[in-house]
Design a protein around this ligand. Structure first.
Ligand code: TGC
Ligand code: FAD
Length: 395
């Protein structure tokens, strides 16, 4: 089992993106950075190795404002802007993608749809408890046979007086086995997609854990199975009908991932840079060899490009102008960048790079999931392709 160790991470900001941040962004970033060093770094390798979710961190995440940083305070959010949300996700994923997932799902995939599409009663009933970490939520869109193509979903609701009867199954759902409630997307009798808030205690609801994950091991993932679950009509999200409901939530979460992935890349780069200066071969630090310098120089170049992309996307999002396709480009580029950097960092660490002494393999394995969830690498490429050509490769 990995032992708790000192976190030596130092932030790298080659183009001084720091200067583009305001005081609120810096304060939020510092608070989360300190929290990650204190609460996440000492335990994360151990939880990841034993494939256990550090559930005790939910309350801490709520306290540092990681759940819905850009949602209004009166609805359980942080009342900050989109850049603050981004820098918070970056700091969390610097610790671990699974910790960032805990915050992404709670804030962007559960609180956000209730805030954006819910009734006033639903907001009052659920948002404060979700914002404080008293309730854990999950988001059920993907099905066993409908991942990249959620419009084909078969989970459905049937009218039964003052309630709907929900049947079907969802797959790969972050936090489902420990969730108090799920935001579930299902088709009504006309085939229209509706969002429902489903409490886990209701009869016919079950959420078996998916075991054997070799990626995102500190995050818990499960199924959602609905067998004639009676969902009161007041638990249907009234303000949205159709796939644009869940896809808007995904835009919010993908935006956070575009920032978050930079954190994982920075942790790998920082470890590789330090190791290259300490590790000697042929009588000198390996950082002195041109091939190692090429790796490090390309890593910091790609991180810097990703930081600027995220910052610009954040400015557009603050002005309400970030398009879903722009978000797709940033999610795809930055996650792939982080995964490539993890692989290069692993090489710089030599054999030590495959051990849990260093965070590299954990980030690398995590990023394989991040490359796939919230829309795969190729789906985002096709979204960009559709945007620039006007031709839809999906239909
Ligand atoms: P399409 O006809 O293109 O769109 C249907 C309606 O939705 C609108 N729309 C969006 N709105 C907001 N944000 C977006 N990103 C949007 N994309 C599309 C669109 O304008 C349209 O609106 P309207 O008014 O005309 O009805 O839909 P399609 O069926 O052709 O699908 C397109 C496609 C393939 C891009 C989409 O289905 C897709 O993105 N697939 C990927 C699925 C995915 O990302 N699943 C993620 C599941 S959740 C998850 O992974 C959580 S991991 C959490 C964690 O642990 O961090
Ligand atoms: P598929 O859609 O079957 O794709 C398989 C391959 O085919 C991919 O490479 C894909 O790019 C490719 N492909 C598919 N269609 C096309 C096409 N038209 N053109 C070219 N290539 C194509 N979902 C939720 O709803 N909620 C969650 O909380 C959640 N958490 C997750 C946590 C983890 C750890 C994981 C692994 C997944 C999670 N997901 C969640 C599901 C995730 O969003 C899906 O795995 C993802 O959308 C891909 O779906 P799929 O796995 O069914 O792959």
């Amino acid at each position: 089992m990995a032992s708790a160790k000192t976190d030596k991470f130092q932030f790298h900001d080659y183009y001084v993106v720091e200067d583009l941040l305001n005081e609120d962004h810096r304060m939020a970033r510092q608070a989360v950075r300190d929290w990650v060093k204190q609460e996440v770094s000492p335990i994360i390798e151990e939880y990841s190795e034993k494939a256990e979710c550090p559930q005790h961190l939910f309350k801490g995440l709520a306290e540092i404002g990681a759940f819905g940083p850009s949602l209004p305070i009166e609805y359980g959010g942080g009342g900050m802007d989109e850049i603050a949300y981004g820098v918070i996700m970056q700091e969390l994923e610097r610790g671990d993608s699974g910790i960032r997932s805990m915050a992404s799902v709670q804030g962007s995939l559960v609180m956000y749809p209730i805030y954006r599409f819910g009734s006033e009663e639903q907001k009052k009933k659920y948002l404060p408890k979700l914002g404080s970490g008293e309730f854990i939520g999950c988001f059920g869109l993907t099905e066993p046979d409908h991942g990249s193509n959620p419009s084909g979903m078969i989970t459905n609701i049937k009218d039964d007086g003052d309630a709907y009867i929900l049947n079907g199954a969802k797959m790969w759902i972050t936090n489902s086995p420990i969730a108090d409630l799920a935001v579930v997307w299902a088709k009504d009798e006309e085939g229209k997609i509706r969002g429902l808030i489903v409490e886990s205690g209701w009869e016919g609801f079950s959420a078996p854990e998916i075991k054997g994950k070799l990626s995102l091991r500190a995050s818990i993932t499960g199924e959602l199975v609905f067998e004639d679950v009676r969902v009161p009509k007041e638990n249907v999200l009234p303000e949205v009908v159709g796939l644009k409901g869940p896809l808007s939530c995904l835009s919010k979460a993908r935006y956070g991932i575009a920032w978050g992935a930079i954190g994982a890349a920075l942790d790998c780069y920082d470890s590789a840079l330090r190791y290259s200066l300490e590790r000697e071969q042929f009588g000198r630090p390996i950082g002195g060899f041109q091939l190692t310098q090429k790796k490090l120089a390309e890593m910091i170049t790609e991180i810097t490009k990703a930081q600027l992309l995220a910052w610009r996307l954040g400015s557009l999002a603050n002005d309400g102008k970030a398009t879903p396709a722009q978000i797709s480009m940033a999610k795809r580029n930055n996650v792939n960048m982080a995964l490539e950097i993890a692989r290069e960092a692993r090489q710089i660490h030599g054999g030590m790079g495959i051990t849990s002494e260093y965070p590299i393999m954990r980030h690398m394995m995590n990023l394989e999931t991040v490359l796939t969830y919230e829309g795969t690498h190729d789906i985002h490429l096709l979204i960009t392709g559709m945007d620039v050509t006007g031709l839809n490769a999906f239909k």
